[in-house]
Ligand binder design. Structure first.
Ligand code: PMP
Length: 378
């Protein structure tokens, strides 16, 4: 039996999501754009999921759009909103700890003449809402801030930042990459003050290749995929109905007990950190008040990949940092102030609601074994 502690990279689809995919592929395989009954049934299934997702964040179903995942959602949000609102406003504010799907989109815009202001964590590894708000001016067309950092679990002050920005510059578009917060941290769109929110299916126990966007009524995006005009012309292409159904099934279940699961994760994190903190040479990089679902640690002297493979041998799966970067060195931990020996030995442990205390104890024991044998063998 393996112990899967890499839920920030991807999650195991829940049985309801798997069933929804199978049911849909066997019984509801129509094209939502077709005018006959089979098409209508598929359209009904898609719109039903729109309602489920909208309800989970207290939004209107007409504001929910489906995409192939959060990478596409983030690109659509950033490039698409700048295409409409950035004509005479060449400044964009973001942070230096965003996911590559935001950062690379920003680099693309930078090469096309936009000024990108990236706010870095301060000496305490924090980004205050005041610093974000102060970076915005009347020439700023977009502010893009993630809800939870995927490598450390750091929770960014999105609500307070967007509130401050909207008060001063109501025309400035606010985008939140909520991938690591969606279905983990309860939020309502009205409280978040976000014009656009990105989320992903495979981080919440649905299938891969599905995600979405919340787009506030009245906010426009310049489309980048042209075709049949699906998703109100913003994102053409036949809808991935089975995966949309899987996301609906997962959200339906998870949205019922976000707070209880948060408490459970908090308890797991506390237990894990108290076990780790008594071991010599292990450092916890995540803040105490970070997302309870993600714990980032460093074991200086043992490179992340070595530790990862040692644990893998014992059937324990963790990440060496951001799984999306395929082992490439992430600059994000450096941004949080970690020096080379800390960032080169960083290991990310990320929970799901299925993670148990016993699994974490086995993980801690394996790390102790690793320290013993890897340090000895050098
Ligand atoms: N943003 C964040 C914060 C993420 O963690 C990820 C996935 N690692 C993404 C965006 C990209 O999501 P997807 O895999 O659905 O493209």
């Amino acid at each position: 039996m393996s112990i899967y502690l890499d839920n920030a990279a991807t999650t195991k689809p829940c049985s309801e999501a798997v069933k929804a995919v199978c049911d849909c592929m066997e019984e509801n395989f129509g094209n939502p754009s077709s005018l006959h009954r089979a098409g209508l049934n598929a359209q009904i299934a898609v719109d039903n999921v729109r309602k489920i997702i909208a309800k989970s964040i207290a939004a209107d179903p007409s504001c929910i759009y489906f995409t192939s995942g959060a990478t596409e959602s983030n690109n659509m949000a950033i490039i698409g909103s700048v295409g409409v609102y950035g004509k005479r406003k060449p400044r964009i504010v973001t942070t230096s700890i965003e996911h590559s799907s935001v950062e690379k989109a920003m680099e693309h815009l930078e090469q096309n003449g936009f000024e990108i202001v990236r706010i870095s964590p301060d000496r305490n590894g924090e980004i205050s809402h005041e610093r974000i708000v102060n970076a915005v001016d009347e020439n700023t067309c977009l502010v893009s801030i993630m809800m939870v950092n995927n490598e450390t679990g750091y929770i960014l002050p999105v609500r307070r930042s967007f509130y401050g920005i909207k008060k001063l510059y109501p025309q400035c578009i606010t985008h939140c990459d909520a991938v690591q917060g969606f279905m983990k941290i309860p939020f309502k769109v009205s409280e978040l003050n976000a014009d656009i929110i990105s989320f992903s299916g495979h981080k919440i126990h649905a299938g891969k290749g599905i995600g979405g966007l919340y787009l506030k009524k009245g906010i426009r995006l310049q489309p980048h995929i042209f075709g049949g005009g699906q998703e109100k012309g913003i994102r053409s292409g036949t809808e991935n109905v089975p995966m949309i159904a899987s996301m609906g099934a997962a959200v339906k279940i998870l949205s019922k007990n976000i707070s209880e699961r948060y408490k459970k994760a908090t308890d797991l994190k506390e237990k894990l950190c108290s076990k780790l903190s008594v071991i010599d040479g292990i450092y916890i990089n995540s803040h105490e008040d970070a997302s309870p679902y993600i714990v980032n640690i460093s074991i200086p002297g043992i490179r992340s990949e070595i530790m990862l493979h040692f644990l893998e041998e014992k059937g324990i799966y963790v990440s060496s940092g951001s799984a999306c970067s395929k082992g490439a060195k992430s600059g994000v931990l450096k941004e949080f102030g970690l020096n080379d020996s800390f960032s080169d030995s960083a290991v990310r442990i990320s929970f799901s609601h299925e993670t148990t205390v016993s699994e974490l104890s086995q993980f801690v024991k394996a790390v102790e074994d690793a320290k013993e044998s890897l340090v000895k063998s050098r």
